[in-house]
Design a binder for this molecule. Structure first.
Ligand SMILES: *Cc1c(COP(=O)(O)O)cnc(C)c1O
Length: 339
């Protein structure tokens, strides 16, 4: 038995999901004729109280389309320095949008309204033109940390006052909604665009959605075609998404409980210097001097436990729906006997 904590993207479609996929009615989505995709887009837009949605192959694509739609070449995007849009999308902000970035030092990936306010460039021809603020909730490199919704509202007020677009990279927003007992509509009310993933916590093989107003999604649909993301009978994938929305959201609470149990065992180890607060399904811990993260990952691998060294001294474990209770206890036992 391999216990794979490398990412929540390693899940395989369940039998129920596969059955839903096999039965999906499909059509050519570039012509807008795929009933399953139309149903998924309408459903998720409705959940968030937003006007429209666009199904895309990845969260990188939904984020990059949003950035492209909200900016002009030479504009500046404000985000946390650890943001996925900046660190892990292949330099896409520059590559796709010819835009510049203002990186802020947030608290576990979370930035504040005050930081945003003082980072907006003055109206001066020497300076880039600030046009977009992008948040990440939960924050991946922040160890799955969640925003306080009041801070999000404060940042939105700054954006509105200064005429900036406001985007959310909600790859794991489902985890935040469950952990903080929030309603998706709260998010739909404050953001101009939201990206959510189906292929992470929800266990789908493929797929992300970009949400926004009708005119924004119309523009986004054009950019998706330019980026090569117009798919044809992709309703088979949308059906997996519909199944996941029906079956896999509430159960995220189990993943969060599992990660807290594992984190507790890890925090007792002598070789652990510190562990980031565990709010959702991600565990990030730092090793004491003299211990190497790749070495620890190799030792765990001998026990068939897979993790990921995100730096020379930090290890990340991600809990997901293919991690069973038995796997959690095996992992805890393995950590207990580690020297
Ligand atoms: C995984 C992830 C994405 C999107 O990744 P894809 O692999 O392109 O779907 C975006 N943002 C965050 C924070 C992520 O963790």
């Amino acid at each position: 038995m391999i216990i794979d904590f490398r990412s929540d993207t390693v899940t395989k479609p369940s039998l129920g999901m596969l059955e839903a996929m096999m039965k999906a009615p499909v059509g050519d989505d570039v012509f807008g004729e795929d009933p399953s995709i139309n149903e998924l887009e309408n459903w998720v837009a409705g959940m968030f109280g937003m006007e429209a949605a666009l199904f895309c192959p990845s969260g990188t694509m939904t984020n990059q389309i949003a950035i492209k739609c909200h900016t002009q070449p030479g504009d500046e995007v404000i985000c946390d320095e650890t943001s996925h849009i900046y660190q892990y999308e292949g330099g896409g902000i520059a590559f796709n949008s010819s835009a510049s970035v203002k990186l802020l030092k947030g608290d576990l990936g979370r930035i504040t309204a005050e930081q945003v306010l003082v980072s907006i460039q003055p109206d001066d021809p020497h300076r880039p033109h600030t046009s977009l603020v992008s948040l990440e909730n939960t924050s991946n490199r922040g160890g799955g940390s969640c925003y306080d919704f009041n801070e999000i509202k404060k940042i939105q007020a700054v954006c509105r006052e200064k005429g900036l677009a406001f985007h959310l990279d909600g790859a794991r927003l489902w985890n935040a909604l469950v952990a903080k007992k929030e309603n998706p509509r709260q998010y739909g009310e404050v953001f101009d665009s939201i990206s959510v993933c189906l292929s992470k916590s929800l266990g789908c093989p493929v797929g992300s959605l970009l949400l926004g107003r009708k005119d924004f999604i119309k523009k986004a649909r054009r950019v998706r075609k330019v980026f090569g993301g117009g798919m044809r009978q992709a309703g088979f994938l949308a059906a997996a998404g519909i199944y996941a929305l029906q079956n896999n959201i509430e159960r995220l609470a189990e993943d969060h409980a599992h990660s807290k149990q594992i984190a507790e065992a890890i925090s007792k180890k002598d070789f652990v210097k510190m562990i980031l607060p565990v709010e959702t399904n991600i565990i990030i811990f730092e090793l004491k001097e003299g211990r190497s993260a790749p070495d620890l990952v190799a030792v765990l691998k001998e026990e068939n436990i897979l993790g990921y060294a995100i730096s020379p001294s930090r290890v990340r474990l991600v809990v997901h729906l293919d991690i069973t209770k038995v796997m959690v206890s095996k992992t805890i036992t393995a950590f207990q006997s580690l020297k």
